[in-house]
Design a protein around this ligand. Sequence first.
Ligand code: HEM
Length: 482
Amino acid sequence: MANDIFQFFDTPFVIFILLIFFVVIICCYWLKKQKNEDADKIPGPCSIPIFGTRWIFYFGCYKINKFHEFYDDAYKRYGPIMREYFFNIPMYSIFERADIEKVMKAPSKYPVRPPTAAIVAYRYSRPDRYSSAGVVNEQGEKWHNLRLSLTSELTSPKTIANFHAEVKNLARDWCREIKSAKCHSGAVDNIANLLLPLCIETSCALILGRRLGFMCPEKLPMKFQKLGEAIKNYFICLRDTQHASPLWKYFGSASYRKMMKCEDQIYDTVLNIINESNGENNIGTVYSSIINSNIDEKEKIAAIIDFIMAGIQTLKNSLIFLLYLVAKNSSVQRKIIENPGYAKACMKESFRLLPTATPLARILEQDMKLAGYQIKSGSVVLCHNGIACRNEENFDFPLSFIPERWLGENVHKTSTIGTFIVIPFGSGKRICPGKRFIELVLPIFLKKIVTNFKIVTDDVLDLQHEFLLSAKEPLSMFFHDR
Ligand code: HEM
């Protein structure tokens, strides 16, 4: 047998094939080196075959839920640009204002934000439910058509103005919820448990144009009750598939299977909610504009799901961060009550310090010089706007919560510096269509809460990467009646 093998390798044909194979490998390696000569000099963690630089997360240097700390440290260690390999794909992280501005301002007909692979894979595997990956994850002309057909009502100032009274009702009802949930000392043990129903109710009210009762769990139909948990788990599964080896695409994985289950649960619940509206189609609501748009029926359901989903966790995290900062800086609470515009300044400052959706990613459409290195078009670039916002080169006392930056004579300087870094909703054509709505909601909620309660917390915020930047639960707060 061994003899046969030696005889086989002895044949000139096999030797010739092996020779060609090695020549091809050497040429590929040489070409790759030539092509990326500049990019190869970019500092970054050591890359190993197959895993690239992901070993950092596998061998215990950083936990996956402390992803943000890895990038904080990377900036200190490597400077304005860092190269990493997501398995074999190079990715570049940029941390400084000028470079972030360059990427965000790059002219593009259809800007490309790298899609969330697990959502795309799942939606394309379910043609019975989806006819695209949806506006959040589609690209090119398809994205453009979805964006045009679906977001005009959502971004219209008229829709937002019509929603003003409902936001006040939501804030009032939530204060009632706090009153009944807090104990004698005023403590609420896990603020997230109270905020999640508010955020689901707010998102559904905006998109569907009606209240569903998520803030009265005892009256909420059983079929809706699992929505909050499904959404939370969904985001965690997205994080886990995003960081895992791409082999899940071929063989599946526990987190991908769980993500599919969550997406199905969310889909079924939202479909139920839509069906329960019994054909109610209030003109002027986001819901009616989607239902009446000239797109495939499946796209309409997907859009309603995407819009409801996009708003819940982002709003919850942003509201927790805002309440936390205000609770820790109790002197601002009186100013919120007394000065019009102060609540909005608190919101902006909170977005500067703790944006939930960061880093912002783009795929370059042309070669670009970043931090002195030439980066090829087609490269994935992560813009760490949050880190740039906490850099003293951009803001004085960058780690302090100072809403006054956004008021009076300071506002011009802060806004100019912040144009391309204080971008919690992204920037350019792919900017979040929910921005206007959230900017209406947050100051109203904040003002109502601090008018009713003096809020205090002894806890220290522990940030967690759960696809979005989130607060580790439980985070307790005291709500003392005013
Ligand atoms: C505090 C709340 C929110 C934050 C911080 C937030 C943040 C973001 C960010 C950073 C992006 C990516 C933008 C970019 O790549 O330039 C985005 C995209 C998006 N957001 Fe939001 N968002 C929030 C709420 C909402 C709400 C309420 C909705 C819908 C009602 C929504 C719908 C979307 C959609 C559809 C996209 C994809 C846009 C596209 O690719 O064209 N978001 N959001």
